[in-house]
Design a protein around this ligand. Structure first.
Ligand code: AMP
Ligand code: MG
Length: 319
């Protein structure tokens, strides 16, 4: 089947209330008609996602914001002009047309325009906004290839294979207060880049341990094997088969039988692209546990460390 026919078939499934897994530039999404509560409930069931975790609604035209959201101010259009289509999700007050199940009962909705021609064509052909979280079981590794979706989900009407995703980690999520924006989830678009466009709300402390956004749990994005973030001098028993997730090429890789290098030359964007693919391979290998290098917490390194900490949470009692 050609890509065009796939999209036509997928759009029909969305219109009929079914589920389609499709590529975006971040990770693969599991999509349903965002305006149809019966369709959206299937996403929660297929992912075993708790109902308190709201979904991101994907649009293909900036004008669609006004159909879904209230009080859209100038800042939103500035951000959209700079970053959309792209990996930035903005939380905005919702209109009644957005069903409560999409937002977990919140009065706000998360909106994004993905930078992927398959995703954009699918939304356009379906003729409705598409609610789509990552196409994996809740709390597990995000999919950056169609095979990763097949590995985890069975209740999907169609999976569109668009190859490996080009960004590799989930979108940056921000909320807006009158004073400015705050980051709820770090992603490849950094705080500094956003601050270049609109002011930051300095009154809010992030990373103070409180739950800043529903669904942002301490444990998330976890491989089925225990994962520890490597500290220099750490010792791991030889009885265990250990997989090593290295940030870049280094001599330690010689000591492990199973190694994944995120970026030979230590490029953070490249590391982000490869992160989930490498974790999927390690999870599928015969290792008993995974040790991961920390990466520098600058730029997209902030988002990579966020994912690694969540992947290691509750499993950091080593072995
Ligand atoms: P994902 O699982 O990648 O679809 O990401 C969705 C995440 O966006 C959720 O887990 C929340 O953390 C965040 N989110 C979605 N909607 C809202 C909202 N209305 N308010 C705050 N955070 C939200
Ligand atoms: Mg997810």
């Amino acid at each position: 089947m050609t890509k065009k026919n796939h999209i036509k078939k997928a759009a029909k499934i969305i219109q009929d209330g079914g589920l389609v897994a499709f590529p975006t530039e971040t990770v693969y999404g599991l999509g349903a008609n965002a305006l149809n509560p019966d369709a959206v409930i299937k996403i929660f069931e297929a992912k075993q996602r708790p109902s308190f975790d709201p979904l991101i609604v994907h649009i293909c035209d900036i004008k669609d914001i006004d159909c879904l959201c209230l009080n859209v101010d100038e800042r939103v259009y500035k951000l959209a002009k700079r970053f959309w289509p792209g990996p930035l999700t903005i939380i905005l007050p919702k209109k009644d047309i957005v069903p409560d199940i999409v937002t977990s009962g919140l009065s706000t909705v998360a909106i994004r325009m993905p930078a992927h021609d398959v995703a954009l064509q699918l939304i356009d052909k379906a003729g409705c906004p598409i609610a789509a979280p990552s196409a994996n079981k809740f709390g597990k590794l995000s999919p950056t290839k169609a095979e990763h979706v097949m590995k985890q989900l069975s209740d999907v009407d169609l999976i569109i294979d668009g190859g490996k995703t080009t960004v590799g980690i989930e979108s940056t999520v921000i909320s807006l207060s009158p004073a400015g924006f705050k980051i709820l989830r770090p992603g490849v678009i950094t705080e500094e880049e956003i601050e270049f466009i609109i002011p930051r709300d300095n009154s809010i402390k992030i990373n103070d341990g409180s739950l800043v956004s529903p669904g942002l749990l301490k444990s998330h994005y976890s491989p089925i094997k225990p994962l520890s973030i490597f500290k220099d001098g750490d010792y791991y028993p030889e009885s265990k088969k250990i997989g090593y997730l290295a940030f870049q090429k280094n001599n330690l890789t010689l000591h492990y039988s199973t190694v994944e290098i995120l970026s030979e030359k230590g490029d953070l964007k490249e590391a982000a692209v490869n992160l989930f693919g490498a974790l999927h391979r390690l999870e599928d290998s015969d290792v008993d546990m995974i040790v991961a290098d920390p990466v520098p917490e600058v730029g997209v390194g902030v988002a990579i460390m966020d994912r690694l900490r969540k992947a290691s949470y509750t499993k950091n009692e080593k072995y």
